[in-house]
Design a protein around this ligand. Structure first.
Ligand code: SAH
Length: 273
């Protein structure tokens, strides 16, 4: 893939580049990520990095999968870090490619620390996080002057797969008019219960966006007290983001014809293609 003459960095052997691939649409790769794909000897990629993106790697690049697929357990985080170190020590140019941004709920920090500990030189390449780019594709702005000047991003599960217990739900609900929740599907009912218990009104607009930015993108617009039932009826599945707040209403107000045709408050959920 040709890059404009931008004086992009050279990928040195023995280095690891820890890069974000964006939410899915290959058009959302950064030039730095494309530059990395152009030069890498090995790409270690996660489940959220699709074929469209891997096709951007140069011929002969070894593609190694490090995610969860087909019911098989994912590689342990320690195994992934060890593999990165091992390949770098073999003198490979190692591209560690993650969905979205590597430092947003992506364990990029853990890998960076392991590389540092092992004395492996590395570079961080940010990516467009799903909570930003994905919601934009769904027509949901994160901020709007009339509704909010603050957004909170949180994760629906922690390292052991449970809803994080360290969160102060009441404080979050009071302080932040818009909440964007990653990994929202596994414990959707618990998350919604926590938000209601913390004081969010049942009629608060809420949406789920599945496979954002991809041709299979699905958007479910609902409200807090109905979204669990609506999600079940529409068989919403991961990867999906939950967004709660008035900004959800702007999605319909934008009147984007491709979205508007497929959306009905509180019920419908179809592909937004
Ligand atoms: N580092 C990633 C997030 C990894 S956590 C980023 O910055 O985007 C994985 C979660 O991200 C998923 O459970 C889902 O909530 C969200 N996600 C990632 N890609 C997505 C997509 N294309 N559509 C919807 N949600 C997505």
């Amino acid at each position: 893939m040709q890059l404009p003459a931008l004086d992009m960095p050279v990928f040195q052997p023995g280095w690891v580049w820890l890069a974000g691939a964006g939410p899915g649409d290959p058009g959302l790769l950064t030039l730095h990520a494309v530059n990395a794909l152009n030069q890498a000897d090995v790409v270690i990629y996660d489940a959220l990095v699709g074929d469209g993106i891997l096709r951007c790697a140069r011929a002969n690049t070894v593609l190694e999968y490090a995610g969860k697929r087909g019911g098989k357990p994912s590689l342990k985080q320690r195994d992934i870090s060890e593999r990165l170190v091992e390949l770098a020590r073999q003198g490979k140019r190692v591209l560690r490619l993650k969905g979205g941004d590597p430092f947003v709920f992506g364990r990029g920090a853990e890998e960076a620390l392991s590389l540092r500990e092992a004395g492996i030189p590395f570079r961080i390449i940010p990516g467009i996080s799903a909570g930003i780019g994905g919601l934009a594709y769904a027509g949901i702005p994160l901020t709007h002057r009339d509704t909010n000047s603050c957004v909170t991003f949180l994760t629906g599960h922690n390292a052991s797969g449970e809803v994080p217990d360290s969160l102060d739900w009441a404080a979050m609900v009071r302080a932040s008019p818009v909440l964007v929740i990653y990994m929202a599907m596994k414990h959707l009912d618990i998350l919604v219960a926590k938000l209601s218990h913390a004081g969010l009104a049942g009629e608060r607009p809420a949406a789920l966006v599945q496979n954002a930015t991809l041709p299979e993108m699905r958007i479910l617009v609902s409200r807090l007290d109905r979204i669990v039932a609506d999600a079940e009826a529409a068989q919403m599945a991961p990867p999906a983001l939950l967004v709660v707040g008035e900004v959800v209403d702007l999605q319909a107000a934008f009147g984007r014809s491709d979205l508007q045709a497929t959306l009905t408050m509180g019920a419908a959920c179809q592909a937004a293609s």
